[in-house]
Design a binder for this molecule. Structure first.
Ligand SMILES: C[S@@+](CC[C@H](N)C(=O)[O-])C[C@H]1O[C@@H](n2cnc3c(N)ncnc32)[C@H](O)[C@@H]1O
Length: 318
């Protein structure tokens, strides 16, 4: 029997943030900021975004990639990646095209997002063939997709019982080195739900890296305007009070069971990129509002929390 779940208008607005993110990523890819052969399957048409938005997305994607590669360098491909609030992220397919495809890749999002993603995968051979090993089986049932090494699972991250059940169904194991991705998702969870989720993840995976990309410094004037604008679109940031200065994120994650944590605002991350990358990206589009980009950059942060000695030295540009 199908469970009939009704989402609130607020949940719908949160779900719609995936469309925004996918459109912004596709726009930046089309303009040459980075390469992604798969993003166009997930969103058909996009209007051009402002240069500061494109540059912000470049920094976000590159920063996540920088740490994903550091994780893989340390543990090789016998590991698992768990993508929380995955939306239409294409990382699984991008890794498949390199030598870095991992043993198990699990993606979690609301069922309405995962069932759409399942549908798009099923309709596009280029996506489907990458999740299907020779003689392998792909099972699509109730908005979930299971294959050998890739699991796309619908669940509400606010419900720990469901998260546990889905991770088990996806074959997650505490024995493997684990990369946990939370790109613009924890901020949408109530603080108690985020806390329970993070504590559970830290205790379940003794060798892990958690990458969190989300807003920071929301307590200042510019931050307040960001929160107000989102809330006017029906999208409340339930976890807003944890999006303070990066040092507060570090404290919070250490307190939740991670051994080490570091956090940088995106202006610091941007300055850590190799000069040739920054020069190339800066030449793609004229930017009139450098100050606005700087303000945006200082209101987003990348936080890296780790458990286990193997990952203790993860750092910007190491
Ligand atoms: C801004 S999008 C980011 C998508 C993707 N991580 C990326 O960066 O491209 C936020 C995603 O988190 C998901 N999300 C937010 N709250 C969630 C919850 N309680 N349970 C499951 N997914 C959630 C949304 O559905 C959406 O796909």
């Amino acid at each position: 029997m199908n469970n009939i779940i009704s989402w609130t208008a607020e949940d719908e607005a949160i779900i719609a943030t995936n469309t925004d993110a996918t459109e912004c990523k596709r726009c930046a890819v089309e303009l040459g900021y980075w390469k992604d052969e798969y993003i166009s399957y997930f969103v058909k048409h996009v209007d051009r975004k402002a240069p500061e938005i494109n540059r912000g997305y470049y920094a976000r994607v590159k920063a996540m990639e920088m740490f994903i590669h550091q994780f893989l360098e340390r543990c090789g491909t016998q590991c698992q990646i768990i993508n929380l609030g995955c939306g239409f992220d294409t990382l699984y397919w991008r890794l498949k095209d390199t030598t870095q495809a991992v043993s198990n890749f699990i993606e979690l999002d609301f069922p309405s997002v995962t069932s759409k993603k399942c549908h798009i995968i099923k309709r596009n051979k280029q996506l489907l063939e990458k999740i299907c090993k020779e003689d392998g089986e792909v099972i699509i049932r109730s908005g979930d997709l299971h294959s050998d090494g890739y699991h796309l699972l619908g669940c509400d991250l606010r419900c720990l019982k469901e998260v546990r059940r889905k991770l088990e169904a996806g074959g997650a194991t505490g024995d493997a080195p684990t990369l946990l991705l939370a790109e613009c998702v924890l901020v949408y969870l109530r603080p108690d739900a985020a806390l329970a989720l993070l504590q559970h993840l830290a205790s379940s995976f003794p060798r892990c890296v958690l990458l969190v990309y989300e807003q920071c410094n929301l307590g200042d004037k510019f931050g307040e305007v960001m929160v107000r604008n989102l809330s006017a679109r029906g999208c409340a940031l339930a976890g807003e009070r944890h999006c303070r200065e990066p040092a507060a994120q570090v404290e919070r994650l250490r307190g939740l069971g991670f051994d080490e944590a570091r956090s940088w605002d995106m202006e610091t991350v941007w300055r850590s990129f190799p000069e040739e990358d920054r020069v190339r990206v800066e030449s793609l589009e004229m930017l009139d509002e450098r100050e606005l980009l700087q303000q945006l950059n200082t209101h987003y942060a990348l936080t890296v929390a780790t458990r286990g000695d193997l990952f203790a030295d993860l750092d910007l540009n190491s």
